[in-house]
Design a protein around this ligand. Structure first.
Ligand SMILES: CC(C)(COP(=O)(O)OP(=O)(O)OC[C@H]1O[C@@H](n2cnc3c(N)ncnc32)[C@H](O)[C@@H]1OP(=O)(O)O)[C@@H](O)C(=O)NCCC(=O)NCCSC(=O)C[C@H](O)C(=O)O
Ligand SMILES: [Mg+2]
Length: 285
């Protein structure tokens, strides 16, 4: 999964039990939807939510948005039935919560076959197994579960997420080593746009492809922060042009804005432009 071909700036969780939200999502500017059967659905509602979700996905209308279903863990009474149902829904991927190792993905694949799997990274054991989880042949992406992780680690809340930084960085490394998607956790205070923007900037700086969200009001912020900026696009064009001029003169190094530009910088610049094209083409599908 590559952000130059499929933007993953905003992944909106939708409780599968909420008919109004499932309907509304067909019009929202989310790059992906995570239809949630796990924590957002009360135990007594699980079976009804699973049935409703099947009907809604079957009805279609979600356009180019990637469709991912988060099931309950296979250790719960609902997990196996969720997995079997997802296989019939024709979605893009299944998201497995509380993954502790590659064996959990093997167990899911016994039910879901070759359907791509995304892994919730939200337990200490999962952190220590991040490399083997990312390397699983069916693993297409990882999603940070920062609420569960903070709970399991016994961290105190800090706006700068200092206690979680090693785990966030570890998962970014594991995902990048396998060239799979890596998505940051949710920002709980869904009416605090400034706080969300700060956390999106931090995630973007760290290498995350996008952020998971819990409310439509968070979409614009995440989409803006995880899109290339106009300045970044302008710089990319100028770096490519300067480097091509340098090559024509037999040089392998150009200078733009007082900084060197080598082939790796040009590769980054081309990636920035490709990502922008992919975002632009979302609107035309
Ligand atoms: C947080 C909410 C409970 C707030 O709901 P509500 O009070 O109804 O919000 P609003 O009245 O402001 O809603 C306005 C309209 O937007 C629609 N809506 C709300 N949320 C969503 C959504 N997620 N997707 C689509 N549409 C949504 C409402 O229906 C209103 O529509 P309209 O009637 O037309 O005005 C609620 O936002 C919510 O339930 N959010 C999702 C919570 C969730 O999914 N939680 C689980 C995922 S996070 C997680 O599990 C963490 C992770 O595992 C970890 O460990 O960190
Ligand atoms: Mg969780």
């Amino acid at each position: 999964m590559d952000s130059t071909t499929r933007p993953l700036r905003s992944l909106l969780y939708i409780p599968a039990s909420k008919a109004r939200a499932l309907e509304k999502a067909r019009q929202l500017a989310a790059d992906a939807i995570i239809f949630d059967l796990e924590d957002a659905v009360a135990p007594d509602e699980k079976a009804a939510a699973r049935a409703l979700l099947g009907q809604e996905i079957n009805a279609g209308g979600y356009g180019a948005r990637m469709r991912i279903v988060r099931i309950n863990a296979l250790s719960t009474e609902w997990g196996a039935d969720d997995a079997a149902a997802v296989l019939e829904m024709g979605v893009d991927a299944v998201l497995l919560p509380k993954v502790g190792g590659a064996g959990d993905l093997d167990a899911l694949a016994q039910i879901t076959g070759v359907l791509p799997i995304w892994a919730m990274m939200e337990t200490p054991r999962g952190m220590l197994a991040a490399a083997e989880i990312a390397a699983h042949p069916l693993c297409q992406g990882m999603v940070m579960g920062t609420n569960d992780l903070a709970k399991e680690m016994g961290t105190r809340f800090r706006a700068d997420r200092l206690p979680l930084i090693p785990a966030l960085g570890l998962c970014v490394l594991a995902a990048k080593a396998e060239d799979i998607a890596i998505i940051d956790g949710v920002y709980n205070a869904f009416r605090d746009a400034e706080g969300l923007a700060r956390e999106c900037e931090q995630g973007c700086d760290m290498g995350f492809d996008g952020k998971t969200l819990i409310h439509p009001a968070q979409l614009d912020v995440a989409n803006a922060v995880f899109s290339p900026s106009p300045e970044g696009i302008d710089l990319a064009h100028r770096q490519i042009a300067a480097y091509e001029d340098a090559l024509a003169e037999g040089q392998a190094v150009a200078v733009v804005d007082g900084q060197i530009v080598e082939n790796l910088h040009v590769a980054i610049a081309r990636k920035t432009l490709a990502k922008m094209n992919a975002i632009d083409s979302l609107g035309t599908e």
